[in-house]
Design a protein around this ligand. Sequence first.
Ligand code: ARG
Length: 460
Amino acid sequence: MRLRAGEGDDLNRAIATPKRPSYFARSRRITLRLLPTIAGAIAICFAATANAETIELRAGSMIEVESGRVIDDPVVTIVDGVITAVGSGSVASATPPDRLIDLGEMTILPGLIDMHVHLTSDSDVHGYRRLAVSDVRATITGVVNAEKTLMAGFTTVRNVGAPSFSDVALRDAIAEGDIKGPRMFVSGPPIGITGGHCSDNNLLPPQYEAVGDGVADGPWAARAKVRHNRKFGVDLIKTCSTGGVLSKGTKVGAPQYTVEELRALTEEAQSHGLKVASHAHGAEGIVNALKAGVDTIEHASFIDDEGIELARKNGAYLSMDVYVTEYILGEGEAAGILPESLEKERLVGQTQRDNFRKAHEAGVKMIFGTDAGVYPHGDNARQLSRMARFGMTPIEALRAATLNSADALGQSGKFGVIKVGAAADIIAVEGNPLNELSLLENVDFVMKDGVVYKDGSNDK
Ligand code: ARG
């Protein structure tokens, strides 16, 4: 709607004669001088709202993730990419929508969230093959993987580790509509000790003087790296408080960083409103990170009773990638994974699954993080059925990949729910995923922010 001549004047008067005189009296002169600008801004706002398309999305059923209920004949109204109404029933709406999307008998549910991906990595490039990949080339790999991930039904991801802020560029290119992909929360280069898991993979001998982007030793150096990453646009901080499987020469169970270093890093990050994700397999490094107050523990393979208790007390989330071991031990060798890493994976795999069950039973909060990039992007949803196999009910697994992950991002109510006020991130499949989580490995319909990216429907 454009304001016609005269209408703007009424609006201007309404603004100039407000109900709260004290504040406006003081700022009256400024208000008056700003009036034309304010009126202009309002006109633009109205124009944008008036042009906004109203979408009505109908389906056979809807999984309400909070309650776990399945609602028949859901009707979701979407304006400007945001959900404005959720109802059910087959009656026609009072005001016909601009566009009706009828998904027939399909089941809708919120777009999924993967809290541990590396979009700039490919699963067939491991070990020494990685040395041939420039950071610029990795960014282009990220463009391809972003689209694959979105088409697999993942409308939001947390990217925890990428070189040269390639993840920041990807995030922004997606947000600005240049390329297709999930909404991204990114860490930039992970921050860790010299020679650690968050270093440069330690593949090259000393004469190459390779140092990872995020290497920082000592509390102040760690703080400085946090500031550096924040300056260049990250949404969170990733660190490593133990060795890893895929880094050369690190002990998967051994701690990295002292509690003092981890505290400095975490305090610095949180003072800027950034959450901290700590890679940690070994029990001691898990406890160290939790003592420092990190928000999520990645992998958590050897978590012990102390770690479980601390995670519960702190309300920290665990992100346990219980599918990836199948890929590493199955296809890893052909993909270039080093023999020592395969050896380490044999130590981690089953224990991690057992501890997933134990921690979940103890009531520790879980998010859904897969480490896609180590295994093929687009296969993220394979982990859902594993989470059920290792102790969760199907709805608990779905909550991990929706509600809990949104909460761990500090975005509760905005993503991971089909609810008024949330972003219109909606996926659909034939059948009921609560009976068969593997149905989510092939989604038919993907909408993000009200835009349809994959359409197996009778879109009218
Ligand atoms: N990026 C992780 C690491 O190198 C992968 C661990 C995968 N193994 C597992 N069972 N979750 O340590």
